[in-house]
Every structure is written in structure tokens, then in C-alpha cells.
Design a protein around this ligand. Structure first.
Ligand code: AHR
Length: 319
């Protein structure tokens, strides 16, 4: 009889307690999280900021947002201010790779976990929990592989690089160069940073078009869509027909590049998803719950061409 009672009691406990435990809230509601963003240099960056803010709001997270305005010193000051305010965690989208050890050590000493998003840092891995990001090297390889097949392995390329010292620029360059090195007639003839902005992309492309005979340029490889959109403007102003006279390949997959494809001005873009807020907040909650996370949480992306541009443009909120 006693045994039967025990069994019934266990079943009752299972029925009521287990669902309570299972329903544990992993949204991060009530947490205060500091987010140090790079700036607003590109349409992709703005979409990423908006996505993180929307995700925080939907989860009931109190997000302290800082726009670094493309300056590492602003980001370091933001991190120090988050530490002083005693936030539960910090999300850092670093502008450049180096120079983070000191401030990350301060966060660690104060028991504040740091999640890296998007670009990478060279700081000791013990100073940060995990990185939520795409694979920039793969993006570069994908861009080069498309260009190789589009040109049968023979092309003089001009390159618009991203921000100097940023892992997005360094790794995309590495991946692209790795692939074209396999083809003796694929050459980068001019290369300069356009700092991931539309204005600089246009200026640098204008200087390229003056530096060499434009008819010798086969393609422009831009580390982001914004610089390419600037370059498209420069080509048009120089009387060229972008995507026909000079092929284009870039990264991000923002609505404006799909518009450019629809207008016949761009050939291909490699996607960088701006939706990293969800996995970053999940990582914060997991680490605060004592879980051990992998050092990299990958975010996938594809490559897109004019055939689906109208569809992608509509899907991504182009208007
Ligand atoms: O770090 C990612 C890069 O930063 C994006 O490709 C670019 O648009 C942004 O400025």
C-alpha cells in the first residue's frame, strides 16, 4: 500500500513539476545587455542593428545600445560604461580585430560574459564566450568561384576592400585570393579600401577608372554591396554599362543590390544574414545558465543572382 502511495505521489510530481521546469524561460527577459555596435556605415549594418533591437524588444531584454561611429575608442568606452553599469552581459560587434585584450580582461574580472558578433577579435579566447558570425573566408571563396566560372578563369579584377584591420575585409580578401591563385589568368590589378561605405566606394572606383583604361577591367569585386553601389554610380557617370562592360560581385545581399540587379547593373551578391540577435541572446542566456558553448556559432548565407532578384527584393522589404 505504502509503495502504491509512493508511486501515485511520484506520478503527481512528474505531472506538475516537470512541466514547470520544462517551461523555464530562456528568452532572456529581464536581463540588461550592452550592445556595442560598429556604426551605421552600410545598409547591412543598419539592418543588423534594427534586427538586434527588435529581437531584444520581443524577448523583454533591456538593451543598452552604443553606436561606435566606426571608431574603436568609442567601442572601448562603451564597453567600460557597460561594465560600470553592471550589465548582465555584453555583445560586441568589433570594428577591428586587434586591441581588445585590456577591456575584455576588465569585463572578465567583473564577471560579465562577452559574446562577439559578426567580425572577429584576436584577443585571447578565454576572454570571450563565443562568436556568432558568418564565415568571411567562405564568402570570399564563393565570390571568387562565381567570378572564375563567369569569366572562364580569365579576368582583370579591381577590388574595393572593407575597413582596414576588420576581419570582414581581411578574411574575405583571404578567401577570394586563395581561389583566384588557382587560376593563372585571374589577377587583381588594383585594390584599395572603401571603408564599407557607398561614398568611398564611388570615390575609389572613380580613381580606378582614371588609373587604368576601363576596357581592361573585367570585374569589380567589392567586400560589400554598399561600396559596389557607389562603384556602379561611378561606372555610369564614366559612360560605362555596369554588369555588362564590367562584371560585379559583392557581399551582403541588401535590398538595394537586388534593385541594382533588377535594373541590370549588378551580377551577383553573397549573402550575409543580419539576423544574429537571436543566436547572440540565446548564447547569453546559455552562458548565464552555466552551459559551455562552442567557440563559434555559425550563421549561414547563400549567393544570389538576377534571376531571383525581384523575389528577394520583395522578401527583404525593398520598396
Ligand atoms: O562586418 C560585416 C560587414 O560590415 C558587412 O559586410 C558590411 O556591409 C559592414 O559594414
Amino acid at each position: 500500500m505504502r509503495f502504491l502511495r509512493l508511486c501515485v505521489l511520484s506520478l503527481v510530481l512528474l505531472a506538475f513539476v516537470v512541466p514547470l521546469v520544462a517551461a523555464q524561460d530562456n528568452s532572456g527577459a529581464g536581463l540588461t545587455i550592452g550592445f556595442a555596435q560598429v556604426g551605421s556605415e552600410s545598409a547591412w549594418r543598419t539592418a543588423f542593428t534594427d534586427a538586434v533591437k527588435a529581437e531584444a524588444e520581443s524577448r523583454g531584454i533591456n538593451l543598452l545600445f552604443s553606436d561606435g561611429q566606426q571608431k574603436q575608442e568609442n567601442q572601448i568606452a562603451a564597453l567600460r560604461s557597460f561594465i560600470a553599469q553592471g550589465v548582465d552581459a555584453i555583445i560586441l560587434a568589433p570594428i577591428v580585430e586587434t586591441g581588445w585584450d585590456e577591456v575584455l580582461t576588465e569585463a572578465k574580472e567583473n564577471g560579465i560574459p562577452v559574446i562577439i558578433v559578426d567580425r572577429n577579435v584576436t584577443a585571447d579566447p578565454s576572454l570571450w564566450v563565443t562568436r556568432v558570425s558568418s564565415d568571411f573566408v567562405h564568402e570570399g571563396r564563393l565570390a571568387a568561384a562565381w567570378l572564375v566560372q563567369a569569366t572562364a578563369g580569365k579576368c582583370n579584377i579591381v577590388e574595393l576592400k572593407g575597413t582596414v584591420g576588420s576581419s570582414a575585409a581581411l578574411d574575405r580578401e583571404k578567401g577570394f585570393n586563395e581561389v583566384i591563385a588557382l587560376f593563372p589568368d585571374m589577377h587583381i590589378i588594383l585594390s584599395e579600401s572603401g571603408d564599407f561605405t557607398r561614398t568611398n566606394g564611388k570615390e575609389v572606383m572613380e580613381s580606378f577608372l582614371k588609373a587604368v583604361d576601363p576596357s581592361t577591367i573585367c570585374a569589380v569585386w567589392a567586400h560589400n554591396d554598399d561600396m559596389l553601389i557607389g562603384a556602379i554610380q561611378a561606372m555610369k557617370e564614366a559612360g560605362l554599362d555596369p554588369a555588362n562592360d564590367i562584371l560585379t560581385i559583392s557581399v551582403d545581399a541588401i535590398p538595394d543590390i537586388f534593385k541594382a540587379m533588377m535594373d541590370g547593373d549588378a551580377n551577383a551578391t553573397v549573402e550575409l544574414s543580419p539576423n544574429m540577435g537571436g543566436p547572440a541572446f540565446d548564447a547569453v542566456v546559455a552562458t548565464l545558465n552555466g552551459e559551455v558553448l562552442p567557440k563559434w556559432i555559425p550563421v549561414a548565407g547563400g549567393i544570389y543572382f538576377p534571376d531571383t532578384a525581384a523575389e528577394e527584393y520583395a522578401k527583404r522589404g525593398g520598396s
